[in-house]
Design a protein around this ligand. Structure first.
Ligand SMILES: Cc1cc2nc3c(=O)[nH]c(=O)nc-3n(C[C@H](O)[C@H](O)[C@H](O)COP(=O)(O)OP(=O)(O)OC[C@H]3O[C@@H](n4cnc5c(N)ncnc54)[C@H](O)[C@@H]3O)c2cc1C
Length: 432
């Protein structure tokens, strides 16, 4: 009996579990995740800003397991016995520390590690302690509730006739995560203002500053995309400071290497990622970002029956660089592995075709209505700069494609429609 175990139900792991489960069934396919529900990670800046409600958007793994024909285990991967072909899952504890489910060992014939990534703080003093990162839904919710409390406090001070003060939000890192969050927050603070939070002149009472170490934001993308994003952020009143090397972070401020201090009621760290620290204890080969080194077929080097995909995998491109940590890479790798693992489960040898990353381009969301980016291979194979409605539609279609892969076409369409309806019946930002 084949038993394929996938650890991590994110952009890649969940799509893989759904594809395999529909073909092989729950006896053969098990998904392990440390959270009970799934939110597509590229939406986390919307969760943080309050424009997306995880309680409405989250998809229960139990439901997804039933509908797609895989088994689900709730728990955190804590170890690997590669010789005995077992993964260890930590005990599941209640809030008061009571053990709800004791530790478990889960056997596999094929194991796929898809545990994503976490923030890289580059050992900058105070960054880990004082910043919020967008690694998972809990972090995004922590940001949202902290901002909401600051807005409520500001409103109460104003109502009492006192000085409302200004809320300072500093985002470190001008990559896609930082830029998307800055723009989304700017729009959200205006909506909070409509509900009399953030005062009447909402945008004016919350300052958003984006600090970037390179000479331009979105440095890995083309200069045209960078300058369009810079312009759109400036139009929204976001202060962008480039060539700024953060030296330390305290509870109330960020200090750069030139000695400049940026007051921060909330500091968000979006300056880089690495694979989860837990991977260091599994005895697998890792690169300098703790990503698992894989062969061209995504099998882990020097290991039998173990694969890795997505942000936690170091898969080399022909240039010698690694495949970028993107949802589109995780999606492609899930499709590639699904084909191979189905054949293996049926006792057939898959062809020795290596995984090849296809870069379809990058799109960066600038609030709820704007998107900028470049699409690859659309006309001539070169990057085509896109902005406006077309880019926005393409960006939304990525999220829909993920939902379609895990809930099917009809439910995906219904979910999208219900989101439109919710925007008509509920506040445009989550207020509680
Ligand atoms: C704000 C933001 C915006 C982004 N925008 C884009 C974008 O526009 N386009 C794009 O291509 N990419 C984007 N990305 C990057 C993209 O989200 C990631 O590259 C992608 O989610 C990686 O997929 P994954 O399957 O490797 O990991 P993830 O989607 O992160 O999933 C990892 C899963 O593993 C689980 N897990 C972790 N540790 C354990 C453990 N020990 N035990 C059990 N389960 C565990 C987690 O709960 C999670 O479900 C964005 C990221 C962020 C944060």
């Amino acid at each position: 009996m084949q038993r394929i175990v996938i650890v991590g139900g994110g952009a890649g792991g969940l799509e893989l579990a759904a594809k395999l489960g529909r073909v092989l069934g729950p006896e053969a396919v098990t998904l392990i995740d440390c959270r009970p529900f799934h939110v597509w990670k590229p939406s986390l800046h919307e969760v943080a800003a309050g424009t997306l409600d995880i309680h409405a958007e989250g998809l229960s793994y139990q439901m997804l397991a039933r509908d797609n024909g895989f088994s689900f285990v709730l728990g955190r991967l804590s170890g690997l016995n590669a010789g005995g072909c077992e993964v260890m899952v930590a005990a599941l504890l209640d809030d008061d520390g009571t053990i709800l489910i004791p530790p478990r060992n889960i056997p596999y014939t094929s194991l796929v590690l898809a545990v994503g990534s976490e923030s890289n703080y580059f050992n900058i003093p105070g960054a880990r302690e004082h910043c919020i990162s967008l690694n998972a839904t809990d972090d995004a919710e922590r940001f949202r509730t902290r901002m909401l409390k600051l807005l409520v406090r500001q409103q109460a001070a104003g109502a009492a006739g006192g000085d409302q003060g200004r809320i300072e939000i500093v985002i470190v890192g001008g990559g896609a995560t930082g830029v998307e969050l800055a723009a989304e927050l700017r729009e959200a603070t205006s909506i909070y203002g409509d509900y009399r939070l953030a005062g009447a002149a909402s945008a004016a009472s919350v300052d958003i500053t984006l600090l970037e170490g390179a000479s331009r934001i979105l440095a890995p993308l083309t200069p045209a995309v960078s300058s369009a994003a810079t312009r759109l952020l400036a139009e929204r009143g976001v202060k962008v400071i480039c060539d700024c090397k953060v030296a330390s972070v305290s509870a109330s401020a960020v200090l750069d290497s030139e000695g400049n201090t940026y007051r921060a009621d909330i500091c968000v760290w979006a300056a880089g990622i690495k694979a989860p620290a837990l991977l260091k204890d599994l005895g697998l080969p890792l690169n300098r970002l703790d990503q698992i080194e894989v062969n061209a077929d995504l099998s882990v080097k020097n290991a039998v029956g173990i694969y890795a995909l997505g942000d936690c995998a170091a898969c080399l491109l022909p240039t010698g660089q690694t495949v970028p940590p993107r949802a589109q890479a995780a999606h492609q790798q899930a499709s590639y592995l699904a084909r191979r693992l189905v054949l293996l489960a049926r006792g057939k040898a898959p062809k020795s075709v290596p995984y090849r990353y296809r870069d379809h381009g990058s799109l960066v969301s600038i609030g709820q209505e704007q998107t900028v980016g470049s699409l690859m291979g659309v006309l001539s194979g070169a990057g085509l700069f896109v902005e406006g409605l077309f880019a926005r539609m393409m960006y939304i279609s990525l999220h829909l494609m993920h939902h379609q892969a895990v809930v099917g076409t009809l439910r995906c369409a219904l979910l999208a429609f219900s989101r439109v309806l919710r925007r008509r019946t509920a506040p445009h930002v989550k207020l509680h």
